[in-house]
Design a protein around this ligand. Structure first.
Ligand SMILES: *Cc1c(COP(=O)(O)O)cnc(C)c1O
Length: 377
């Protein structure tokens, strides 16, 4: 990766927000990133709307820092076990990281990683900036064989979207480190409640906090977390120069959502497990993909695109929409996007299981699936 460019501006200023070292993640999610526990302090971090600050301190200008971002960054950083920086969106975080890859270097990435990430990799490759090598991330041997000393970055997403393949993160990190390769894990699907990649050997964790971290489908925010000081400084410098920063209100909403993430993820996972079990017994479902954890389930519906479209247009609780990780149950047929990988079946529906009552969810979904079974004996 590119060397850290020296910069006359200071790095991220120190934060007045409290730390909660050593506590359970469920407690950290509630406690981290709050003002000091002192008389007249608000319980919640204030929403600071400022494009600039009085000179002489650490913040200086609205593109370099904001106390509301810092509160969110403290909380996510403590949950992931590193230092966090927040961004305008998950994709702003992705482009910030990919922008650190030096010309001519290689990136090895999951074939089924987020479409926006694949799009950026393809664009960089077209311009001759990098070489992208796509691999099946659940095939450890294949990934390890693609690693060599010309690779700068291994881009893991696990589980993948929407095939839900799971990578052997510790094995891949150790193989990558043998070649001096930095490892990024896009941890959006698993969340830090279920998977902490830094503790598994990864160098960098990335989130679309748009999804489970904020959890209410009302904001776009991205996060990068790392313990590598060089990467942190380079990412901070690039965020400042690109201006890829979150709005203060967006960061505030993401932190407000994060407080209930442990409860939301626990319920979504419980619902997803039960629905995966029931779906595997439904005759309109050819295949259920569920990695055993998390709130995302993908199903291959009988009758291909037509069968799947019939299901996604026949429900009243489940909403046909893209994105995931909100309190509400949503789903979509992924191949309705022309950019979706042709290795994803036409009839695959990705379900983002919400926190509603599981029997209500099943009644709505199974009725829609019954319509397909009736058509496709
Ligand atoms: C949504 C998503 C992104 C991109 O995040 P945005 O906030 O939409 O920019 C990246 N990775 C994964 C796994 C995602 O689901």
């Amino acid at each position: 990766m590119a060397a850290v460019t020296s910069h006359d501006e200071q790095t991220q200023p120190s934060s007045p927000i409290q730390s909660t070292g050593g506590l359970d993640p469920k407690t950290v999610a509630v406690k981290a990133g709050r003002p000091p526990n002192e008389p007249d302090q608000p319980l919640n971090p204030p929403l600071v709307l400022a494009s600039t600050y009085v000179a002489g301190g650490e913040l200086e200008y609205g593109r370099y820092g904001n106390p509301t971002w810092q509160a969110l960054e403290t909380a996510v950083g403590e949950l992931e076990g590193g230092q966090a920086l927040s961004f305008a969106s998950g994709m702003a975080a992705v482009s910030t990281l990919l922008g650190l890859v030096a010309p001519g270097e290689k990136v090895v990435a999951a074939r089924h990683c987020y479409l926006g990430t694949l799009h950026q990799l393809a664009g960089l490759e077209q311009r001759g900036a990098i070489t992208a090598v796509l691999v099946d991330i659940d095939d450890t041997e294949q990934v390890v064989a693609a690693l060599d000393d010309d690779v700068a970055l291994l881009w893991i997403e696990s589980p993948t979207n929407p095939a839900l393949e799971v990578a052997d993160i510790p094995a891949l990190c150790s193989a990558a480190h043998d070649h001096g390769i930095k490892v990024v894990v896009d941890n959006t699907f698993a969340t830090p409640m279920l998977q902490r990649p830094l503790s598994m050997g990864a160098d960098i964790v990335l989130h679309s906090a748009t999804k489970y971290i904020s959890g209410h489908t009302d904001v776009l925010v991205g996060i990068i977390v790392t313990n590598d000081d060089e990467v942190l400084a380079a990412v901070d410098e690039r965020r400042r120069s690109l201006g890829a920063l979150p709005g203060a209100f967006d960061a505030w909403l993401a932190l407000r959502g994060l407080r209930t993430m442990p409860l939301r993820v626990e319920r979504a996972q419980q619902n997803a497990r039960e629905l995966a079990r029931r779906l595997s017994e439904h005759q309109a479902v050819e295949r259920v993909r569920y990695p055993g954890f998390g709130g995302i389930v993908s199903i291959d519906v009988r009758g291909g695109a037509a069968g799947a479209d019939k299901v996604t247009s026949s429900t009243s609780i489940w909403v046909n929409t893209t994105s995931l990780g909100g309190v509400e149950s949503t789903f979509e047929r992924r191949r309705r996007w022309s950019s979706e990988s042709p290795t994803i079946p036409e009839g695959l529906i990705r379900l983002s299981v919400g926190v509603e009552d599981v029997d209500d969810l099943w009644a709505d979904l199974s009725t829609a699936l019954d319509g397909v079974s009736a058509q496709q004996p």
